[in-house]
Design a protein around this ligand. Structure first.
Ligand SMILES: Nc1ncnc2c1ncn2[C@@H]1O[C@H](COP(=O)(O)OP(=O)(O)OP(=O)(O)O)[C@@H](O)[C@H]1O
Length: 345
C-alpha cells in the first residue's frame, strides 16, 4: 500500500526549479533514502512533504489524501534534523515527552511511553539526564525517540547522522534499520552519504538538479548506475565514452570486453576497480599511488593511453608506487551506461 505519493511536484525559487516534476511513491513500512549532492533539492523535497514548503506545482498525498490544505501539525509526519534539535533546558525525558505533549497527551499517560521510547533507542532510564551531558550519538538517539514519540505515520530524517564520526554512524545506521523494521515505520530520509543510504534504505532515490536521476534498490543502483552522473556520484572514477559492438567496447584505454547482452552504440562505460586486473601482458600503466583499505589495496594507475584508472588488488600482490604494470579488464565488472546526456558535466 502506498503511504506517500508525490505527483509532478515542483518547487521554484525565483524561476529556478529546485525540485522539478518529481514523481515518487513510498510504500507503507518502506525506508526510502534520497541521495544526491549538495543543492540537488533533497531537503526541499522533505520540507514539501512535511508541509513546511509550498509547492509550485503538483500534489502530495498521504494515505491517498491530498495534503494541500493540511497544516504541518496535522500531517502525522515526524521530522528529525541533524542539528539544533534538542531543547537544552529540558532533560532527556522532557525532550522525548515534547512530541507527546504537543499531541495533547496527559502527563500521566506519557511517562510510560517515554520510558518505552528510551528503551527502544538504547538509553534506558536516561529520563533525568541533562542534554548537555550526552555524547553526540546519545543526543541523536534522544532526537530519534522524540521524533518517534507521537507514532508518526511517516518518519522523515534529514542527514540524521551527519554530525557524527564514521564509526558511530556505521553502528547507528545498523541500529536504525533494525528499529525501523521492528516497528514497521515508514521512513523517508535524505543524505549525501551513499554508504549511509545504502545501509539504511530498501530503496534509494538519486537526485540531480531537482530531478530523480535513478531509483532502485541499493543493489540495483550499485550494480547498474543509470548514467555517468550516478556512477561518478557513487564514487566510481573509471567512466569513459565508448563505442560498443559485438561484445566489446572501443575506449580510450583500448578494447574492453563487455558483459553479454550489453546495449550497443555510443555509450558511457564504467569499469569497477575490481575489474581492473594486473596481468603479464596488457595495457601498460605506472602506479601513481597505493592506498591500504583494510581488505585490499586501492591503486591509482596512469595508463599509457586514456585517463587515470582505479584498480583494486590483494595486499600480497600489491605493486609499489612508481612500478610499471600491465592491466586487463574483467567483463563481469564492466557496466555499459546510457549515452552521455548533453548537459552532463
Ligand atoms: N527558501 C529558498 N529560497 C531560495 N533558494 C532556496 C531556498 N531553499 C533552498 N534553496 C535553494 O534550492 C537548492 C536546493 O536546496 P536543498 O537544501 O533542497 O538541497 P539539498 O540537496 O538538501 O542540499 P544539501 O545537501 O546541501 O542540504 C539550493 O540551490 C538552495 O540554495
Amino acid at each position: 500500500m502506498t503511504l506517500l505519493q508525490l505527483d509532478g511536484v515542483s518547487v521554484r525559487f525565483g524561476g529556478r526549479a529546485v525540485v522539478d516534476r518529481v514523481d515518487l511513491a513510498v510504500a507503507a513500512h518502506e525506508t526510502v533514502c534520497v541521495l544526491g549532492p549538495s543543492g540537488s533539492g533533497k531537503s526541499t523535497l522533505l520540507r514539501v512533504v512535511a508541509g513546511l514548503q509550498p509547492v509550485s506545482a503538483g500534489r502530495v498525498l498521504l494515505d491517498g489524501a491530498d495534503q494541500a490544505a493540511v497544516p504541518v501539525h496535522r500531517r502525522g509526519v515526524g521530522l528529525m534534523f541533524q542539528d539544533h534539535q534538542l531543547f537544552p533546558h529540558r532533560d532527556v525525558g522532557g525532550n522525548v515527552a515534547f512530541g507527546l505533549r504537543m499531541r495533547g497527551s496527559a502527563r500521566t499517560a506519557y511517562r510510560p511511553r517515554v520510558a518505552e521510547l528510551l528503551d527502544l533507542v538504547g538509553l534506558p532510564g536516561a529520563q533525568g539526564r541533562a542534554v548537555a551531558s550526552l555524547s553526540g550519538g546519545e543526543q541523536q538517539r534522544v532526537a530519534l525517540a522524540r521524533a518517534l514519540a507521537p507514532s508518526p505515520r511517516l518518519l522523515m530524517l534529514d542527514e540524521p547522522l551527519g554530525q557524527l564520526d564514521r564509526g558511530l554512524r556505521e553502528r547507528l545506521v545498523v541500529e536504525l534499520r533494525e528499529l525501523f523494521s521492528r516497528l514497521g515505520t515508514t521512513v523517508l530520509a535524505v543524505t549525501h552519504d551513499q554508504g549511509e543510504a545504502f545501509a539504511l534504505a530498501d530503496r534509494v532515490i538519486v537526485m540531480r538538479d531537482g530531478r530523480i536521476a535513478q531509483a532502485g534498490t541499493p543493489l540495483e543502483v550499485w550494480q547498474r548506475p543509470a548514467d555517468r552522473f550516478v556512477a561518478r556520484f557513487l564514487g566510481f572514477e573509471n567512466v569513459v565514452p565508448a563505442t560498443v559492438s559485438a561484445g566489446a567496447a572501443a575506449t580510450p584505454w583500448g578494447t574492453v570486453p563487455v558483459p553479454e547482452g550489453s546495449s550497443e552504440g555510443e555509450r558511457q562505460l564504467l569499469v569497477r576497480p575490481a575489474g581492473v586486473h594486473l596481468v603479464r601482458d596488457g595495457l601498460a600503466a605506472v602506479v601513481e599511488s597505493r592506498t591500504f583499505r583494510g581488505t585490499h589495496v586501492a591503486l591509482r594507475l596512469r595508463p599509457e593511453a586514456g585517463p587515470a584508472l582505479e584498480a583494486e588488488c590483494a595486499l600480497a600482490a600489491a605493486p609499489a608506487a612508481g612500478d610499471r604494470v600491465h592491466v586487463a579488464f574483467a567483463p563481469a565488472e564492466v557496466v555499459v551506461l546510457a549515452a552521455e546526456a548533453p548537459d552532463t558535466p
